[in-house]
Design a protein around this ligand. Structure first.
Ligand SMILES: NC(=O)c1ccc[n+]([C@@H]2O[C@H](COP(=O)([O-])OP(=O)(O)OC[C@H]3O[C@@H](n4cnc5c(N)ncnc54)[C@H](OP(=O)(O)O)[C@@H]3O)[C@@H](O)[C@H]2O)c1
Length: 324
C-alpha cells in the first residue's frame, strides 16, 4: 500500500510503499477511497502530541470500500465511514490506500452522500453536526436569537454555518479573514460577520447579552468572552482550541445567567451518536454548499498542507484523494 508515514517523533512525514500485513490491525479491511485533511492531521504531520505511537499513518477520517471482514456487521462491497476513534493518533489512519478498522466504529453511508462528499464532510462536518444537534436538543430555535460561530472559515465553522442557516437560525460568523472570506461566509448562510479580534482579548466576566447560543472552535479568551455575552439560559458548544486550550472564565455566566457550556467530541462518540449525526447530515446538508467549500488534494500534498492549516490559512474542507 502507499501511505504517508511519520516514522518517529519529530521525523518528517514521507509517502512510502508500506507493508500492510505487518502494519495494519482491525477486523474490517478496506480499500481507502478518500480521507480528509483536518487541523488534527496538520498537528500529527507536524509532529505534535496528537501522534501517540510510531510509526504512524495520519488521517483521522476514512471513507472506504470493505474488501473483507471478520465482523458479521460488514461485508465486502459495503461503503463505510470512520471518523476519529484514535485513527491518526494511536491507530493507523486514512492517509493510505488501505486501512483496517474496528467494526463498531463504522457508520453506513447514507445513500444521498457519495464517498468523496463523505470525506468532504469528514470529522469537521461530523463534529459540526454533533454540536448543531446539541444546540437544538438544548431547546434553541430560530426564534431564540443569534447564534455565533467562531473559527468560521475553518472546516468545523464552515459546515456549522451552513447547517445552522439551513435550519433557519440567524448565524453570526466570527473570523479573522473578513476581507478575504466575507463573501464565502455569506454564501454559506452567515447573516452577519464580526472580526475575531473583538473576542480575542480577556474581557469582563459579564458583558452585554448578544447570543442565544454559540458554536466555538477556538477556546481560550474567545470562549470566555462568548460565555460572558451569552443570553440568559443560552447554550454554548465548545469543540476546539484554535486559539488555545485554556478557558480564563469565571462562574458568573453560569450562576447569574444560567448559561450552559457543553462539548462536542467526535473521537469517542458512541455508535448511536455517530449514526444520528450522519443520518442528519444525509438529510440536511446542502451538498452544493459542501462542494463550494471543498478542495481536493493528493496523498503527497498532505505534507505540504500541514503548516498551512496550522497557520489558519486553509479554508473550508479538504478531501484527500489517496489514489492520486
Ligand atoms: N472536539 C472534536 O472532536 C473536534 C473535532 C474536529 C475539530 N476539533 C477542533 O476544532 C478546531 C477547528 O478544527 P477545524 O478542522 O475546523 O480546523 P481549521 O479548518 O484549521 O479551522 C480553524 C479556524 O479557527 C480560526 N483560528 C485559527 N487560529 C486562530 C486563533 N489563533 N484565534 C482565533 N481563531 C483562530 C480560523 O478561522 P478564521 O480564519 O475564520 O478566523 C481557522 O480557519 C481545532 O482546534 C480542532 O482540533 C475538535
Amino acid at each position: 500500500m502507499r501511505a504517508v508515514v511519520v516514522e518517529s517523533k519529530g521525523a518528517a512525514a514521507q509517502v512510502i510503499d508500506a507493508d500492510e500485513a505487518s502494519m495494519l490491525q482491525g477486523d474490517v479491511q478496506v480499500d481507502v477511497l478518500y480521507s480528509s485533511f483536518n487541523f488534527k492531521d496538520g498537528l500529527a504531520i507536524a509532529g505534535s502530541g496528537v501522534a501517540r505511537t510510531f510509526p504512524l499513518i495520519p488521517g483521522i477520517d476514512v471513507v472506504g470500500r470493505v474488501t473483507s471482514s471478520s465482523s458479521e456487521a460488514w461485508k465486502p462491497g459495503d461503503v463505510v465511514v470512520a471518523n476519529g476513534d484514535g485513527l491518526g493518533e494511536f491507530k493507523h489512519g486514512g492517509f493510505a490506500t488501505r486501512a483496517h478498522l474496528a467494526a463498531d466504529s463504522l457508520v453506513r453511508l447514507p445513500d444521498s452522500i457519495s464517498p468523496d462528499r463523505a470525506a468532504a464532510i469528514g470529522t469537521a462536518g461530523f463534529t459540526a453536526m454533533i454540536g448543531v444537534l446539541k444546540l437544538s436538543d438544548a431547546g434553541l430555535t430560530p426564534d431564540s436569537g443569534d447564534i455565533l460561530v467562531t473559527g468560521a472559515a475553518g472546516g468545523v465553522g464552515s459546515v456549522a454555518i451552513s447547517l445552522l442557516a439551513r435550519r433557519g437560525y440567524r448565524v453570526v460568523a466570527s473570523t479573522g479573514r473578513i476581507d478575504e472570506q466575507g463573501d464565502y461566509l455569506r454564501g454559506l448562510g452567515a447573516a452577519d460577520l464580526i472580526d475575531r479580534a473583538e473576542l480575542a482579548e480577556a474581557g469582563r466576566p459579564l458583558q452585554s447579552q448578544r447570543w442565544a447560543g454559540a458554536y466555538d472552535s477556538v477556546g481560550s479568551a474567545t470562549l470566555a468572552n462568548i460565555l460572558a455575552q451569552t443570553n440568559y439560559g443560552g447554550t454554548v458548544v465548545a469543540c476546539g482550541l484554535a486559539q488555545g486550550p485554556d478557558l480564563p472564565t469565571t462562574v458568573m455566566p453560569f450562576i447569574l445567567r444560567d448559561v450552559t457550556l457543553t462539548g462536542a467530541n467526535s473521537v469517542d462518540a458512541p455508535h448511536e451518536v455517530r449514526q444520528r449525526a450522519w443520518d442528519a447530515l444525509g438529510s440536511e446538508l446542502d451538498l452544493g454548499l459542501l462542494d463550494s467549500m471543498t478542495e481536493t488534494i493528493s496523498l503527497a500534498d498532505t505534507i505540504t498542507l500541514a503548516p498551512e492549516i496550522l497557520a489558519g490559512r486553509v479554508r473550508g474542507r479538504t478531501v484527500v484523494d489517496v489514489n492520486s
